[in-house]
Ligand binder design. Structure first.
Ligand code: GLY
Length: 563
């Protein structure tokens, strides 16, 4: 039956590319994440009577065990919730700068950036928000007991899980070695001091299991108990900034989602300190003025238009955005149709713009005052779109001694020095300068889209700024080209972020003819493609049948599981 339905879905698609895989289809609930084990945990929680938020909490905790490069307790993120009753909420559990942080902390005496100081080691670490964020959403929306949601993660850490071919590759990757080798605790746990875990072996994390057991009994343990004391002791031993006061005073923030619409589909996205939500609204408003469907999916004309809107949205991101609790942001102007139209008018349909000539727009006239994504839908139609991160691959590389908890390097998302690119080659402004308790600007953009006022699509991605372009391309694939969810996720991607002035591309994102046509228009491509630009996971409710669909990204072995 399931296969039959999925086949129908495939034939219903009018997308230009045939899908190699169908989306996963199920009747009641669906989870799509980068970890198959975590997706299964989420489904088990829903089968026990939990809702989408319960499942999301359990998935997030499980991925801290099974997907150590990005799943986390020691990072932060954004959770976007759309309840079946039509209400919605954006939970900001992004890390904060420690109280001892300062604007120029990554500059040397000559005002030059100290290499790697904001990405590697103890000074790169922001005050983690994940545990507090999960506690908060559970308190507000959860149905099952907190301890039940922690138990699968605790058990997997204590008893171990079988290393997949994918994780085997990750643990042997030279970037992983570069990150983790300098730090004895990380080297011991994740690299087994050089005796690497390989596919089929069982990976146990006893210290992390004990931390999860403490959090299971009392989640505040992370912020004021034994776990907090151990994190702070480790900080002191290595010149880190985080103190007991930082941890004790960390609080997630409940924000109102931003609302947009695209070709009749309303959608909600994360407000600042995410830059992604604003960028998505700005880009989709510009693109709505074009008949994209007639350009042909992945055609040169299509890629030209999406590149031009990305270029403009990223120029505005660089100039105007930061933490709304600290700086005044022209949010309503940036998401206004009038501003999008001003920006769109500067797009030449035949020629590429030059990024240095683009600059940020002037929103004033319109003023009214490495990461992982998973998505969940339950049987009642509650949807969760969650992106959380350690920032870099394995964060700062540091595991707090005696906790098994890897810590983030989110401080690199701040502007270390205006005009100087960060790890993602992003240029940022003074608005995103470092200040105690401030949250760094993020590109994470969990998105939930509606059809006829009912929840339809929950999507998001990993990959720093490439999250923004990825989510855009998935939305366009589904809305303009009627791709199935899996086609949309699998399709090749491109990315442009204003600076550097070049198109990032995946090997299957374009072909030589298309690139030649774009180069003739003046676009520049990065010399070499990126093996993958990002990875995304998504769930959907089919409006006609009510069936749940899910799609995991093959780029990082993402798996959707339904029931
Ligand atoms: N750490 C990546 C982001 O939040 O954009």
């Amino acid at each position: 039956m399931k296969r039959f339905i999925a086949t129908l879905l495939l034939f219903a698609s009018t997308a230009a590319y045939a899908a190699l895989r169908d989306p996963v289809v199920a009747r009641h609930g669906m989870v799509a994440s980068t970890s198959e084990i975590a997706s299964r945990v989420g489904v088990d929680i829903m089968k026990k009577g939990g809702n989408a938020v319960d499942a999301a909490v359990a998935v997030a905790l499980t991925m801290a065990v099974t997907w150590p490069a990005a799943g986390n307790l020691g990072g932060g993120g954004f959770m976007l919730i759309r309840n079946a009753d039509g209400t919605s909420e954006a939970i900001d559990y992004r890390e904060r700068a420690p109280l001892a942080a300062s604007r120029d902390m990554y500059l040397d005496a000559n005002g030059k950036i100290i290499k790697d100081a904001s990405t590697d080691g103890y000074k790169a670490i922001g005050v983690p928000g994940t545990v507090a964020g999960l506690m908060l959403v559970h308190k507000r929306h959860g149905k099952l007991k907190w301890s039940e949601l922690v138990e699968p993660a605790r058990k997997l850490a204590a008893e171990g899980f079988i290393v997949t071919a994918f994780l085997d590759g990750v643990l042997h990757d030279h970037e992983t070695l570069k990150k983790l080798e300098p730090w004895p605790e990380s080297r011991r746990i994740f690299l087994r001091d050089g005796h690497f875990y390989t596919m089929g072996e069982r990976f146990k994390q006893p210290e992390l299991a004990a931390t999860l057991a403490r959090i299971q009994a009392n989640p505040r343990d992370f912020y004021e108990g034994v776990t907090a004391l151990r994190i702070v002791a480790d900080m002191r031993a290595h010149g880190g900034l985080i103190t007991m006061k930082d941890l004790r005073e960390y609080e997630p923030t409940i924000r109102k989602p931003l609302h947009g619409s695209y070709r009749g589909h309303e959608f909600i996205v994360m407000p600042p300190p995410s830059s992604g939500g604003i960028a998505m609204i700005e880009m989709l408003q510009m693109l709505e003025k074009y008949d994209l469907a007639s350009t042909g999916w992945q055609s040169a004309r299509y890629l030209h238009l999406i590149t031009e809107v990305m270029r403009r949205a990223f120029a505005d991101r660089a100039e105007f955005l930061g933490d709304p609790d600290f700086v005044k942001l022209p949010v309503s102007a940036l998401i206004s149709p009038a501003f999008a139209e001003e920006r769109r008018k500067t797009i030449d349909p035949e020629h590429a713009s030059i990024s240095t000539e683009i600059r940020a727009g002037d929103p004033a006239p319109f003023e009214q005052p490495d990461t992982t994504h998973f998505a969940v839908v339950d049987s009642e139609g509650n949807m969760v779109s969650n992106t959380y991160t350690l920032n870099d691959w394995f964060g700062a590389g540091v595991t707090a001694k005696g906790t098994g908890v890897l810590l983030n390097d989110e401080m690199d998302d701040f502007t270390s020095q205006p005009g100087v690119p960060n790890v993602y080659q992003l240029i940022q402004s003074e608005k995103n300068a470092i200040a105690p308790r401030k949250r760094p600007l993020s590109s994470m953009v969990p998105l939930i889209m509606l059809q006829d006022g009912k929840p339809w699509l929950a999507v998001g991605a990993a990959g720093g700024p490439r999250i923004i372009s990825t989510v855009l391309e998935i939305v366009l694939a589904v809305v303009d080209f009627h791709a199935t969810l899996q086609e949309a996720i699998d399709a090749g991607r491109i990315h442009h972020q204003w600076m550097p002035d070049e198109i990032f591309w995946e090997p299957n994102g374009t072909n030589p003819d298309t690139r030649a046509a774009l180069e003739k228009m003046g676009h520049k491509f990065r010399e070499k493609p990126l093996v993958h630009i990002s990875d995304a996971n998504a769930v959907m409710i089919d409006p006609k049948t009510g069936l749940r669909q899910g799609a995991g990204d093959p780029r990082r072995s993402g798996v959707a599981v339904g029931y």
